[in-house]
Write a protein that binds this ligand. Structure first.
Ligand code: HXC
Length: 268
């Protein structure tokens, strides 16, 4: 294979990023546009989407936005079809939109469970299903799902999100095999604690929680959204052409470091 120039590798290509108004989604949108691609950011609130687009355009990139809720399958299909009508193609889809809050499982209402499953698992499938119609017809495309390592190791207080993310891993692997021969790749990234407003508010809202989370990361720090976007752009690019059905963990060693044994000198 020819290794593409990473500074212009998305030139002439189009990506859709859900939850593109903030955090990791916004960073991925910036990164895709910085390498020459056009990015359409989707999300519920218009203001942050507009801001993402303005930032990308001010930096010399190309971007647009559509307000929508990933939970509405028919609307999502219309949005994706609309992107292809306007732009002529869709090369990449990033399922980044998420909903999350910490709740003991026994206190979680059926509606709370449903809200998160609908956004994370169902929403990812709806967008994937819609985008795949075009990608499969074109014989190429890259889909990237944003998950979390608790999809396999679990985490107290996140039963709804962990179940949804675990479902996405199964979906990713299934679709990867189903679509590999037709040029469509499906992968996941699993970011660890990342400095974003949404995750900070939902998952480490207090100083004590923040300190505890950081102490659990062998690398000793949170990730910046732009370094998550770097790995995302690799998986979306032709450089990753032979990678499908994979989960790339970007967590500073967090989940591997969950061992109950200490490695301090003098201890067992
Ligand atoms: C208990 C809660 C709750 C909370 C909502 N609910 N917040 N239950 N504790 N903190 C319950 C409600 O009571 C309701 O159930 C049901 O959930 C739906 O709530 P709504 O507010 O009506 O839903 P909606 O407006 O659709 O909002 C969805 C949401 C919300 C998921 C609840 O938080 C959201 O939209 N979040 C999007 C942004 C976000 O969360 N980003 C963080 C992603 S970070 P009842 O029974 O009362 O009707 C992330 C990183 C993970 O995912 C990885 C880290 C390593």
């Amino acid at each position: 294979m020819t290794i593409p120039d990473i500074h212009s590798e998305f030139k002439g290509r189009v990506a859709v990023v859900t939850g593109g108004g903030s955090g990791i989604g916004r960073a991925v949108a910036h990164r895709y546009a910085a390498a020459g691609g056009k990015v359409i950011v989707l999300g519920r609130r218009e203001e942050p989407l507009k801001e993402t687009v303005e930032q990308i355009v001010a930096a010399g990139g190309a971007a647009d936005f559509v307000s929508c809720d990933v939970r509405d399958a028919a609307f999502m299909a219309g949005v994706i079809d609309g992107v292809v009508d306007r732009e002529g193609r869709i090369d990449a889809l990033v399922n980044n939109a998420a909903g999350n809050f910490v709740s003991p499982a026994e206190d979680l209402s059926p509606n709370g469970w449903k809200a998160v499953i609908d956004i994370v698992l169902n929403g990812s499938f709806y967008a994937t299903h819609a985008a795949a119609q075009h990608m499969l017809a074109a014989g190429s495309g890259a889909i990237l799902n944003v998950i979390a390592t608790y999809a396999w190791h679990g985490h107290p207080g996140t039963v709804h999100s962990a179940a949804a993310k675990g479902g996405i891993v199964a979906m990713t692997r299934t679709l990867a095999v189903e679509w590999a021969a037709r040029g469509v790749r499906v992968n996941c990234i699993a970011p660890g604690p990342t400095e974003t407003e949404g995750a900070s508010r939902a998952l480490w809202g207090t100083d004590a929680a923040r300190t505890r989370v950081q102490a659990g990361v062998p690398a000793g720090r949170f990730a910046g959204p732009e370094e998550i976007a770097e790995s995302a752009s690799f998986l979306l690019s032709d450089r990753a052409d032979y990678i499908t059905g994979e989960v790339l963990v970007i967590d500073g060693g967090q989940w591997l470091g969950k061992s109950i044994y200490t490695h301090e000198k003098g201890s067992a």
